[in-house]
Write a protein that binds this ligand. Structure first.
Ligand SMILES: [Cu+2]
Length: 133
């Protein structure tokens, strides 16, 4: 293998490693629920606050990144992840319902403001969306 090809391969592997190791990196996802989120309180969502502007973006997509540990069903100590429920503090504004590990939930905002939300299953998990005009 020549040097140029080796470098290209290394760069590709580095990109793959980066894209799978941090959240939110899933294309189109804005906010992730972090692994172990039920114990993270106001740090359970990343980024939080998350800011959008209605002039350029009206929809926020959350991904439940609390997907457990790798190893699948047969790995020692592997876990299946944790179900969460993204719920607006303003009752009825948005609610993901029971939200499986790896799932994506989205809500479209129409009015500027600061929106607080939490997890209905683990109420200490809190996040903020800031919607600018
Ligand atoms: Cu939760």
């Amino acid at each position: 293998m020549n040097l140029r090809l080796t470098c290209a391969l290394a760069a590709t592997l580095a990109l793959l490693a980066c894209s799978s190791s941090t959240d939110p990196t899933t294309p189109g996802v804005d906010v992730s629920i972090k692994p172990g989120a039920e114990n993270l309180g106001a740090a359970a969502f990343a980024p939080s606050p998350f800011t959008i502007s209605l002039a350029s973006q009206t929809t926020v997509k959350w991904r439940n990144g609390d997907v457990g540990t790798s190893g699948g069903a047969y790995g020692t100590g592997a876990t299946a992840g944790t179900t969460h429920q993204i719920t607006s503090d303003t009752q009825g504004l948005f609610d993901s319902g029971s939200f499986a590990p790896g799932a994506v939930f989205e809500h479209t905002f129409t009015t500027p403001g600061t929106y607080h939300y939490h997890c209905a299953i683990h109420p200490t998990m809190t996040g903020i969306i800031v919607v600018n005009p």
